[in-house]
Design a protein around this ligand. Structure first.
Ligand SMILES: *[C@@H]1O[C@H](CO)[C@@H](O)[C@H](O)[C@H]1NC(C)=O
Ligand SMILES: *[C@@H]1O[C@H](CO)[C@@H](O)[C@H](O)[C@H]1NC(C)=O
Ligand SMILES: *[C@@H]1O[C@H](CO)[C@@H](O)[C@H](O)[C@H]1NC(C)=O
Ligand SMILES: *[C@@H]1O[C@H](CO)[C@@H](O)[C@H](O)[C@H]1NC(C)=O
Ligand SMILES: *[C@@H]1O[C@H](CO)[C@@H](O)[C@H](O)[C@H]1NC(C)=O
Ligand SMILES: *[C@@H]1O[C@H](CO)[C@@H](O)[C@H](O)[C@H]1NC(C)=O
Ligand SMILES: *[C@@H]1O[C@H](CO)[C@@H](O)[C@H](O)[C@H]1NC(C)=O
Length: 403
């Protein structure tokens, strides 16, 4: 499935070299929805990432221990869910979890499907135990992220439908707010789809009513060949969001960077774009017509699949924890003293997983805020990834502790 995905992504890229950027800049929501989520508090200690002058600590990234908690699931949901990908979102002392392609079954009988789903974390000590929100017998299996009316109209057709998938965490922008970059794709047959770019989804949680409002101002925020900023990884430092995007059109080794004040992140006119060859920021968004390796903030690495950037107090550095694109089921790490680098290029393997019967795991993402109450942030990480079992794919939760 994932290899097929990569092949199709490659074909889609070729098709899209001719595409014009279609960034829409109007402020009218194209899609919005509100629904209740359970009020389960999982507060974490806030960390204050700094540009670090002192050297990297614990630079071997040796691992002391890992704990496998198994499938992330809601033990009270009568549906058995198979799903993949996904990322987390800390918001108002809650932790939201979003996943992709979610199928619901009871005793092997198909009950429903949605392009994505949402659950709430229940307890950082039991990271596998979730509370499902959008795919239960009571709700049916509903997409968590709102469709535009045009996208909604084709949902019934497997060969024409749109999908919204996410493979990283949200960007917290305030106590009760966050934005999250989702990839929008459209199928052109039952098996082939084209990447249309990413879409910024705004989250607002009312902590009194427990209503979550999700809004998209534009159908597509960054369309290829523009880099899908925020879809690969992101980190907030001193009120500035750093938004990393893979060059999915020309070369998946190159990570490009944008920044925006978190207070105005929904206003694209306040964004700036980094050119690593001049170490300078520009308000003009690059629209590449070829690979631009020297402008990439991370270069000379290996092709990336999924990743997460965060500040590790334990390592005194910003870390990129990632899976590469080789289906080798391995968490790797790069580090840097600041979000703009210089980033290491040694692709250090920190944890090689034993893949399931389908041969490899994918969708590896770190949730660095899980264990910040237990010691220096970054010493222990919650890591989740998609495990392909013979019956179906599901996310699994783990705790990794560095030595
Ligand atoms: C963030 O603020 C701290 C404290 O003022 C400062 O030391 C640090 O350099 C700042 N980082 C950035 C990226 O501005
Ligand atoms: C989150 O929890 C902290 C204390 O743990 C509290 O000070 C803060 O008001 C809470 N915020 C919300 C939105 O509930
Ligand atoms: C699933 O199958 C088992 C064993 O046949 C049965 O006991 C159970 O009631 C079934 N569950 C549902 C929800 O149908
Ligand atoms: C969280 O899980 C731990 C470990 O199982 C347990 O001791 C604790 O009581 C749980 N906390 C809550 C609030 O359920
Ligand atoms: C939350 O909802 C309540 C009830 O509708 C409303 O009074 C309050 O202003 C809302 N809070 C926020 C922060 O929007
Ligand atoms: C980055 O800067 C270099 C050197 O000035 C320039 O040649 C290149 O076109 C710039 N790239 C982008 C994407 O702006
Ligand atoms: C590794 O973990 C063990 C057990 O938790 C602990 O006693 C030991 O101090 C740890 N070692 C390092 C280097 O962190």
């Amino acid at each position: 499935m994932y290899l097929l995905y990569q092949l199709i992504a490659l074909l889609a890229c070729v098709a899209c070299i001719a595409c014009k950027p279609i960034q829409a800049r109007d402020s009218t929501p194209v899609a919005s929805t509100t629904y209740p989520i359970p009020s389960i508090l999982t507060p974490a200690r806030a960390t204050n990432p700094l540009f670090s002058q002192a050297p990297l600590q614990h630079s071997t990234f040796a691992v002391n221990s890992t704990v496998a908690f198994g499938e992330m699931a809601d033990p009270t949901n009568k549906y058995t869910l198979f799903r993949d990908g996904g990322g987390s979102c800390p918001i108002a002392n809650r932790t939201l979890f979003f996943f992709d392609d979610t199928g619901a079954y009871i005793n092997g009988t198909f009950k429903g499907f949605a392009s994505n789903s949402i659950s709430v974390a229940t307890n950082f000590s039991q990271p596998n135990v979730l509370s499902d929100v959008s795919c239960t017998p009571a709700t049916g299996c509903q997409a968590a992220i709102p469709w535009t009316s045009a996208e909604a109209a084709t949902q019934g057709s497997p060969s024409k439908r749109y999908v919204l998938w996410v493979y990283t965490n949200c960007i917290p922008t305030g106590t009760n707010t966050a934005v999250h970059f989702w990839s929008l794709n459209k199928y052109s047959s039952d098996y082939a789809y084209t990447g249309l770019g990413n879409t910024m989804v705004q989250y607002e949680l009312n902590a009194t009513t427990n209503q979550l409002t999700l809004t998209r101002n534009t159908e597509v925020t960054f369309a290829p060949p523009t880099y899908p900023y925020g879809s690969f990884a992101s980190v907030v430092v001193n009120g500035t969001a750093y938004l990393y995007g893979l060059d999915v059109t020309y070369n998946r080794n190159d990570v490009h960077l944008a920044m925006a004040p978190v207070g105005t992140i929904t206003d694209l006119t306040t964004w700036q774009y980094y050119n690593a060859s001049t170490k300078s920021w520009s308000s003009t968004m690059p629209v590449p017509s070829a690979r631009a390796q020297s402008a990439a903030v991370i270069q000379n690495s290996i092709p990336f699949s999924t990743g997460t950037v965060f500040f590790s107090e334990y390592h005194n550095a910003f870390l990129l924890v990632f899976f590469d694109n080789y289906a080798d089921s391995t968490f790797r790490v790069l580090s840097a003293p600041s979000p703009v680098g210089p980033w290491t290029t040694n692709n250090l393997a920190i944890w090689s997983l034993t893949p399931g019967p389908k041969g490899f795991d994918y969708g590896g993402v770190a949730h660095s805020f899980y264990y910040t109450n237990n010691g220096p942030a970054g010493k222990s990480l919650m890591l989740h990834y998609s495990y392909q079992d013979s019956s179906g794919t599901y996310p699994v939760a783990n705790e990794l502790t560095f030595a």
